[in-house]
Design a protein around this ligand. Structure first.
Ligand code: HEM
Length: 122
């Protein structure tokens, strides 16, 4: 079920993001803080909340749209922070990565709006 998959991916992302936060602290180098923040919030917190919705409302989780939304959000929530990190470290020649990543994330969010409205009485 897509909700369970999303929650599993989310907790792995959160663990990774927290370890990255500890690494930043140990090195006293906070250049990657925006990538850390977006990985934890978009890939960790948001993904978990979406997964929770699909678990709480199984009718929503069974929709094909939910699978597309979940898959898109997983891809975007990795590409977006990775793209931010690439730009922070290597400069604007990698700017396409966070732009595409953010567009994927916002598309997934738009699909989630449709899912929630369609299942609001579920
Ligand atoms: C073990 C857990 C974590 C550690 C060790 C950690 C560590 C850090 C460090 C060292 C910074 C940079 C601080 C600075 O720039 O002075 C930071 C920033 C930040 N972290 Fe974490 N963090 C952790 C978990 C989380 C989680 C779970 C979230 C969100 C759900 C989060 C969101 C943020 C945000 C929003 C920022 C500010 C980013 C910015 O200023 O650009 N962190 N964190």
């Amino acid at each position: 079920m897509i909700g369970s998959l999303m929650m599993c991916v989310s907790v792995v992302i959160l663990l990774t993001g927290m370890i990255a936060g500890i690494a930043m602290g140990i090195q006293q180098n906070f250049v990657l803080a925006p990538a850390h923040a977006h990985l934890n919030l978009v890939g960790g917190v948001l993904l978990f909340l979406f997964g929770l919705y699909y678990r709480l409302f199984p009718a929503a989780g069974r929709m094909k749209l939910a699978r597309i939304q979940g898959g898109l959000h997983i891809i975007g929530s990795i590409l977006f922070p990775a793209g931010i990190a690439l730009v922070l470290v290597n400069g604007n020649s990698y700017i396409a990565a966070p732009i595409v990543g953010s567009l994927i994330v916002v598309s997934a969010m738009a699909l989630f709006v449709v899912v929630v409205f369609r299942t609001r009485t579920a």
